[in-house]
Design a protein around this ligand. Structure first.
Ligand code: NAD
Length: 252
């Protein structure tokens, strides 16, 4: 087991990618604290994971108070933490920049940038030396995408936060990296497809697939594979890196 004896905190832990990663971490021998804003979904996730090594906490990552609370809960459960998957995020509205509502911009930045910043700020002191932090960016953190000014800006910002934290945490041998998924099967992409082409979401799905050289959406377990590698000691010399998992979308 690649994460035997390790402890992990996962924000957005009852979501699509968070849940798949929690299941994988548990299978690899880790103890896991799932953090999500949605208390009933945290309960449902724990019921599905069916593991004594899985714990849950409802917290809003945009709140400093809640972030301090989940970092404290993690230390109460585990002592110092080995792995932090800083993953909660929202896609937000789809509209061209000139029509994008200010409040929609602020909502996306609050979760995707402030949430990731607060997570780094309050979890770094809670981490074990030699630990690993993985922040979820996106292909949208490396290139533009029409109709998503807030999401694209926020996911580029995650790279900046990661790069600073990677430098600052290196003396403690804590590694900090970003993952950059392309379209993943699940609710977030279904919502986006509906936003891009409200009358014909299936056409939007096809448009995304056509840009993916490997010809299909990514499965959550395939994201979990990459996050598990970054969380494990196998990636011990990787820090400050932007790890793309997009079926050839950005590079193709
Ligand atoms: N799904 C994709 O195609 C895709 C592609 C690239 C990047 N991503 C990124 O992956 C990450 C996970 O997304 P997902 O696909 O699992 O989507 P998801 O919507 O299934 O999961 C996101 C989770 O974050 C939680 N969350 C949202 N706001 C929160 C807040 N304020 N406080 C605490 N929790 C909050 C949600 O409740 C949800 O459980 C996000 O950062 C997303 O931007 C997703």
């Amino acid at each position: 087991m690649r994460l035997a004896g390790k402890s992990a905190v996962i924000t957005g832990g009852s979501g699509n990618i968070g849940m798949a990663t929690a299941a994988r971490f548990l299978a690899e021998g880790a103890r896991v604290l799932i953090v999500d804003r949605d208390a009933p979904r945290v309960e449902a996730a724990l019921a599905e994971l069916k593991s004594n090594s899985a714990h849950g906490l409802a917290a809003d990552v945009t709140s400093a108070e809640d972030t301090v609370r989940y970092a404290a809960e993690a230390q109460k459960l585990f002592g110092r933490v080995d792995i932090f998957f800083n993953n909660a995020g929202i896609a937000g509205a789809v509209a061209p920049t000139v029509d994008y509502r200010d409040e929609d911009f602020d909502a996306v930045m609050a979760v995707n940038v402030r949430g990731v910043f607060l997570g780094l700020k309050h979890m770094l002191p809670a981490m074990k030396d030699g630990g690993s932090i993985v922040c979820t960016s996106s292909v949208a953190g490396l290139r533009g995408s029409a109709g998503m000014p807030a999401y694209v800006a926020s996911k580029h910002a995650v790279v900046g936060l990661m790069r600073v934290a990677a430098i600052e945490a290196a003396p403690r041998k804590i590694r900090v990296n970003t993952v950059h998924p392309g379209p993943v099967q699940g609710d977030m992409m279904r919502g986006l497809e509906g936003g891009v082409a409200p009358a014909n979401p299936e056409a939007a799905h096809e448009m995304f697939v056509q840009r993916m050289r490997l010809g299909r959406y990514i499965e959550t377990k395939e994201i979990a594979d990459l996050v598990t590698f970054l969380a494990s000691d196998e990636s011990r010399m990787i820090t400050g890196a932007t790890m793309v998992i997009d079926a050839g979308m950005a590079g193709g």
